[in-house]
Design a protein around this ligand. Structure first.
Ligand code: CAA
Length: 371
């Protein structure tokens, strides 16, 4: 693995960094306070190609690979983690359709997700009774003569109120899970109120109810019964996204100490070292995925576990040691740090809690051995 970045990767990192610095960061506090879904920023990200970084160019993506995607998420997260998670889920949903969709499914959805016509896609896997135990879902899809009827409830769905397409997992038999592409405007879908969250208020998180929602035969994504492995594969990639987001939150918070000689550096030194270790792990997982490695679960989970844990320690340590001052600029930076503290916590929860990452790592060690 070569750790030097290609010109294209550097260009995408710069592009994302500049957008985060000029557009996201100056507005992050206000958008958080107003819990304003970032429609304009998402459209601008689409114009920059960042809503489909690892998507083929003929489908409107940048075709720039997984490392470029990771770099972009990190930079956008340093500007506003709420925008980054929305971008991450859109990229993840587009990639699932790209990998498992038929030509007509790809053409029908992906260009609209990469161009910004759809503000985002949603990944509807979790349910009120099955977050960590994804296979324990109760949503069902019953076969009809010309399609399927979906009934159930999904919980904590990112962008659920605004998405242009839902990926919905449902049981098609007691021991069989399948995946469906669902139009959010279909009859029988209702959207719950936005969840009251600790952080990332500008991202949208809602429950979705599916009450006898009819979808056509061609709504099935992948083959019948293939839903669970597709979810797990998507989450392996998604965990690289959240590891990258965690790096960006830590970077964004650490940037607040720049040119502040009064800030004690010693408490942060070991954490900075661990952050760089997490960055290398994240890039390695991204590199494995980019090489077409069929299974990189362990590396993705290790990266997500390490990056999200160190990110939380960094923001918390910065808060502990924040020097007293009454300057206005200092107060604004403190407000931004407090936002990073609140935004960071969920990186240890979504796309699999730290405990679930340990389960994935342990099972993979048993399956593949330690090498
Ligand atoms: N790739 C491909 N196939 C996989 C796979 C992978 N990474 N992991 C599992 N599978 C397939 C395999 O066929 C496997 O069988 P074998 O490996 O034995 O052949 C089969 O699925 C069943 O796997 P498990 O027995 O490991 O399944 P399990 O029911 O015990 O669950 C789990 C495993 C890891 C706990 C899983 O339930 C899990 O990942 N839970 C966490 C769910 C999660 O991360 N949710 C996040 C929601 S999305 C989100 O948060 C987005 C957002 O808003 C930001």
């Amino acid at each position: 693995m070569d750790l030097s970045l290609t010109r294209e990767q550097q260009r995408i990192r710069e592009l994302a960094r500049e957008f985060a610095r000029t557009t996201l960061r100056p507005n992050a506090l206000r958008c958080d306070e107003d819990a304003e879904f970032p429609l304009t920023s998402l459209r601008q990200l689409a114009d920059l190609g960042l809503m489909g970084v690892n998507i083929a160019s003929e489908l409107g993506g940048l075709d720039a690979g997984v490392i470029a995607y990771s770099l972009a998420i990190t930079e956008i997260s340093a500007g506003d983690p709420a925008v980054a998670v929305t971008m991450a889920v859109n990229n993840m949903v587009s990639e699932v359709i790209q990998e498992f969709g038929t030509t007509s499914q790809k053409e029908a959805f992906i260009p609209r997700m990469t161009s910004g016509e759809f503000s985002s896609g949603s990944f509807c896997l979790s349910e009120p009774g099955s977050g960590s135990d994804a296979a324990g879902m109760r949503t069902r899809a019953e076969k009809t003569t010309d399609g399927w009827v979906i009934t159930g409830t999904k919980a904590w769905i990112t962008s659920g109120e605004f998405a242009g397409v839902f990926l919905v997992w449902a049981k098609t038999a007691d021991d069989e899970i399948s995946l469906f592409l669902v139009d959010p405007t279909a009859e029988g879908i209702s959207v719950g109120p936005p969840e009251e969250k600790m952080g990332q208020h500008a991202s949208n998180t809602v429950a979705l109810s599916f009450d006898g929602v009819r979808v056509a035969e061609d709504a099935l994504l992948g083959t019948r019964g293939q839903g669970f492995p597709i979810a797990m594969m998507a989450l392996d990639g998604g965990r690289i996204g959240i590891a990258s987001q965690s790096l960006g939150i830590a970077d964004g918070a650490l940037a607040l100490t720049k040119d502040r000689p009064e800030f004690p550096t010693a408490p942060l030194l070991p954490l900075r070292a661990r952050l760089e270790a997490a960055r290398t792990m994240t890039w390695r997982a991204a590199w494995l995925k980019e090489q077409g490695e069929p299974r990189f679960s362990r590396e993705a989970s290790m990266a997500k576990l390490t990056a999200s844990e160190v990110c939380n320690e960094i923001v918390s340590t910065l808060l502990t040691h924040w020097p007293a001052s009454s300057e206005l600029a200092h107060e604004q930076d403190l407000a931004l740090l407090l936002k990073f503290v609140r935004d960071a916590r969920v990186t240890r929860i979504y796309e699999g809690t730290s405990e679930i990452q340990r389960v994935v790592i342990a099972r993979d060690l048993i399956r593949r051995g330690a090498s």
